[in-house]
Write a protein that binds this ligand. Sequence first.
Ligand SMILES: N[C@@H](CCC(=O)N[C@@H](CS)C(=O)NCC(=O)O)C(=O)O
Length: 209
Amino acid sequence: MPSLDLYTWKTSNGRKATIMMEECGLEYNLHPIDISKDMQFSEEFIGINPNSKIPALVDKNGPNGQPFSVIESGAILMYLAEKTGLFMPREMQKRYEVIQWVMFQMGGVGPIFGQVHHFKRAAKEKVPYAINRYYNECRRLYGVLDNRLNGRTYLANEELSIADFCMLPWVSRHDWQEIELGDFENVKRWYEMMIDRPALSRGMNIIPD
Ligand SMILES: N[C@@H](CCC(=O)N[C@@H](CS)C(=O)NCC(=O)O)C(=O)O
């Protein structure tokens, strides 16, 4: 029985964790938490994540062999990277190259793209101010990513890392964001290269659309 229990769903934040599991070749127990059915608010799940958001990870064999739970997708990727020694360099400068792009995703791309999804697709009332505000910021962030990837294969250190894994499921929703990837040719090249990876594409489809 694997020691890792992953509670997740088929959303961009949820898929970061399944990508990491598959890329690291880890065995894990998958617990789908269907957020459209409010499973994130069940007493059992709140016991794991008091913030009622997926993904969440429980490691029965955590630090010092004790059970340990981790919330927040960025922290889950960092935890698994440290546990496996994969996709995050140990050397300080290189490690912070990765961490800063993970933070850029967690603090910028995720929240802003999430608002684009909400105001363009989910909101019953279409609010032009909100749609324009978040769409413009989303486009600006694609520009930042495109510049970063100009002349680079990966986001950090010329090595595949958790920075790439956390960005990918958000870029994969470019159609929801009404972003033409061809307008950002470096992002497009990176995206096509990433999605071609068998483990990554498996991770994206563990809970299919
Ligand atoms: N900062 C959190 C965000 C997690 C998050 O927003 N998860 C969404 C799905 S992508 C969720 O659980 N939504 C359910 C809800 O808001 O009730 C992370 O990166 O893990």
